[in-house]
Design a protein around this ligand. Structure first.
Ligand code: NAG
Ligand code: NAG
Ligand code: NAG
Length: 689
């Protein structure tokens, strides 16, 4: 009872006190404030409750373009987390960054009761993190028009940044990082080039974005080299071998792909290679063959095919990874719950789905692949590329291979003797760690290896899938330390270099000698006014053990503040009675008569949404998963829409409506439990890839 009361008070405190600040400082922010979520005040540790803003920012009224974002800021920032903003983008094209927010780097996971639970490895403790659904048509971002190419994506993202900083002007001078995954390996370099170009073109210092670095996870950056890496990777991982039924056709296919890539490199093939197509269907077929050669009908239904995002996992055929990660089972209903959407200030929307095939089918990219942009970017800012070592589709070998060929900051590749490998040799030894690789030790464990030179860092993260923060939240957060150079270096007896990072805030020399918890108390009033100013948890280690003295001081502070806030609340209630909208903070009722009048390009063709969320079966032609598992796998996380491959026919409507396809839905649920267990159990020896 008392607990509930305290929780309620806390809700009052967070919202009203913040509300005052917001009203004084920036009225715009208030409409984006997230005041509650199912499970927020009961499941999330008090000290870790993020200050959140979420909603749809208008970019253009002309074509009704709105971008959805969800920002998380720690209210008890440690020093290193101050004045930093990370924008996170998922890939696809067309996959919502709510993947990143609710299954990867964000503070929440969704449980089977539809409540948020805490991710103790959340990145928001290391920097403010803003998850952005982009380009329009992705997640809760929408427009009359889809983007036709990456130039359009850049144009809109720059606009988004301008609008974002209008709402959060205090973030403008922050160090800005852009992070993301998979097809964001195309988005991020393009967007960054757009930012750096714009910075160069303006003399007005107040218009320059303070871009400081990029973090790209399992990025689809260099289609040529990455396509050629499928077979060597699968071979080395033991997914295929000389005895595999498809071995000789695989070798043939590899040769075909290689000769096309050779032509591209020699300039004898059309230079405007469409990165969507993963170079071409010949290269795409390699992956297709690898997946189908893993089919084993003698296994359990849920285990018949290898998981394309983590070769240590299996999935049903022909899903081969599409049912993964298991968290999707809870995230889907959460993001389609009107109560939740109301709390997230999502006003106009279609049914949320993880990935929109409409976005990918419209993004007819004829521009050069993003790898070509890296050298110019590296002249100005550092880039960190990381790969979960179990991913097949954007595997680490492909990343290493394209780096070998990359010329940047005065050299080609890492510039060491042992980089003389050629990719045509499939022998496993060729791909074992090079001397240049330094071990990465986090929290006293070797968690990966690192190569670093001339502003480029490559990190191979052990025991991680395509979605590194999903498997390794703490380790993934420490990638930020690598970017910020918050690591120690050591040289072992055998001459091997080691990078050492530490659980959040525990790096020996970065801990202030004198912790001053008492100061926090006397600062309470000030802290309340600025909300994010408290430093009390600065010295707390990343472990979730709560500090009793800090708790006590917090309770004292809470009581003081509660009194103030109850007074304010009274005023607020009076004030609220003048307004027609509800003033209750813990508002859980469904919004009545919420208008959902969304205009979509494909609506003009076949989809009539009207004023309501689509009913089952109303949503047009769902993608036939069984017709092309690779189609969706590509679409979901690397960006191929399989166009021209004959595997995937873009549906007239852009929906992948998992929820309305009965067969798929049942597959989904049957598999999820088993996979949940599976993905939590440790798999294979560390660094076996
Ligand atoms: C860092 O952020 C705080 C709070 O937003 C602000 O008061 C301060 O001026 C910032 N410092 C710098 C160097 O931008
Ligand atoms: C929407 O309109 C704005 C303003 O005219 C324009 O800059 C933008 O490119 C348009 N978006 C698309 C996808 O055409
Ligand atoms: C690397 O990045 C820094 C900014 O972090 C920049 O000043 C420098 O010129 C870049 N180039 C090289 C070769 O280090």
């Amino acid at each position: 009872m008392i607990f509930r009361f305290v929780i309620a008070l806390q809700a009052v405190f967070v919202t009203l006190c913040y509300g005052l600040v917001a009203r004084n400082n920036n009225n715009l922010q208030e409409q984006f404030l997230v005041k509650n979520l199912p499970g927020l005040y009961s499941n999330i540790p008090k000290d870790d409750l993020p200050l959140m803003f979420s909603g749809q920012l208008e970019l253009y009224s002309e074509n009704k373009t709105y971008y959805y974002f969800w920002k998380y800021a720690d209210q008890n920032k440690i020093d290193i987390a101050k004045n930093k903003t990370i924008f996170w983008l998922n890939g696809g094209p067309g996959c919502s960054s709510m993947d990143g927010a609710l299954m990867e780097a964000g503070p929440f996971r969704i449980n089977d009761k539809g409540e948020v639970t805490y991710n103790h490895g959340s990145w928001h403790k290391a920097a403010d993190v803003v998850f952005v659904d982009q380009p329009s048509g992705t997640g809760f971002s929408y427009s009359d028009k889809y983007d036709a190419d990456l130039n359009g994506v850049v144009h809109e993202f720059l606009r988004f940044l301008d609008k974002y900083f209008e709402v959060f002007p205090e973030d403008f001078h922050n160090d800005i990082y852009i992070a993301g995954e998979s097809y964001a390996g195309q988005y991020i370099p393009y967007v960054s080039k757009g930012i750096l170009d714009r910075n160069r073109q303006t003399d007005d210092e107040t218009k320059k974005f303070n871009l400081k670095g990029l973090l790209i996870g399992n990025g689809w950056i260099a289609p040529n080299e990455q396509s050629l890496s499928y077979l060597p990777f699968a071979y080395q991982a033991g997914v295929v071998n000389e005895k595999s039924s498809k071995w000789s056709s695989l070798l043939d296919q590899q040769e075909k792909c290689q000769s096309i890539v050779n032509e591209i490199n020699a300039g004898t093939l059309d230079k405007g290679v469409n990165v969507h197509n993963i170079v071409n269907k010949e290269c795409e077929k390699i992956l297709n063959m690898i997946m189908s050669s893993s089919l084993d009908r003698s296994k359990d239904t849920n285990e018949q095919c290898i998981n394309i995002y983590d070769y240590t996992l299996r999935d049903s055929f022909p899903s081969c990874g599409m049912n993964w990660p298991p968290d999707l089972t809870n995230v889907n209903p959460f993001l389609n719950d009107d109560k939740v959407l109301d709390l997230l200030n999502v006003k106009e929307h279609r049914k949320w789905r993880e990935c929109s095939s409409g976005v990918s089918s419209h993004l007819k990219n004829k521009l050069e692949p993003a790898v070509k942009l890296l050298p110019a970017i590296l002249e100005e800012i550092p880039i960190l590329l990381f790969n979960g070592n179990r991913d097949i589709i954007c595997n680490y070998m492909g990343t290493e291979d394209f780096i070998k060929n990359l010329e940047w900051n005065g050299g080609i590749g890492w510039q060491t003797d042992d980089d003389a490998d050629t990719t045509e040799d499939l022998k496993a030894d060729k791909y074992k760690g090079s001397k240049l690789a330094s071990d990465w030790v986090y929290d006293d464990e070797t968690v990966g290896y690192i190569k670093q030179s001339r502003n480029l860092t490559f990190v191979n993260v052990f025991d991680a899938s395509h979605m590194v923060p999903f498997d390794k939240p703490f380790v993934s957060r420490s990638l930020i330390d690598l970017m910020l150079k918050e690591y120690d270096e050591d040289v072992r007896d055998d001459g091997k270099r080691v990078f050492i990072t530490y659980p959040l805030g525990t790096r020996p020399k970065s801990i202030p000698e004198d912790e001053k918890p008492s100061e926090t108390e006397s600062d309470a009033a000030v802290s309340s006014a600025t909300v994010s100013d408290s430093t009390s948890s600065e010295s707390t280690s990343s472990t979730e053990a709560s500090d009793i003295s800090s708790t006590t001081s917090r309770i004292t502070r809470l009581i003081q503040l509660s009194v103030i806030c109850i007074l304010i609340w009274g005023i607020y209630v009076l004030y609220g009675s003048y307004k027609s909208r509800p003033s209750s903070i813990i508002k859980t009722g469904p919004s009545s008569g919420k208008k959902k009048n969304v205009q979509w390009a494909d609506q003009l063709r076949s989809f009539q949404e009207g004023d309501t969320v689509p009913e089952e079966g109303e949503s047009g032609v769902p993608i036939d998963h069984k017709a092309g598992f690779l189609a969706k796998a590509y679409n979901k996380l690397t960006g191929s829409n399989g166009e021209g491959s004959g595997q995937y026919v873009p549906a007239p409507s852009d929906d992948i409506e998992l929820a309305v396809v009965d067969a798929d839905l049942s597959n989904f649920e049957i598999h999820s439990d088993e996979e949940a267990e599976e993905s939590q159990s440790p798999r294979g020896p560390v660094g076996s890839v």
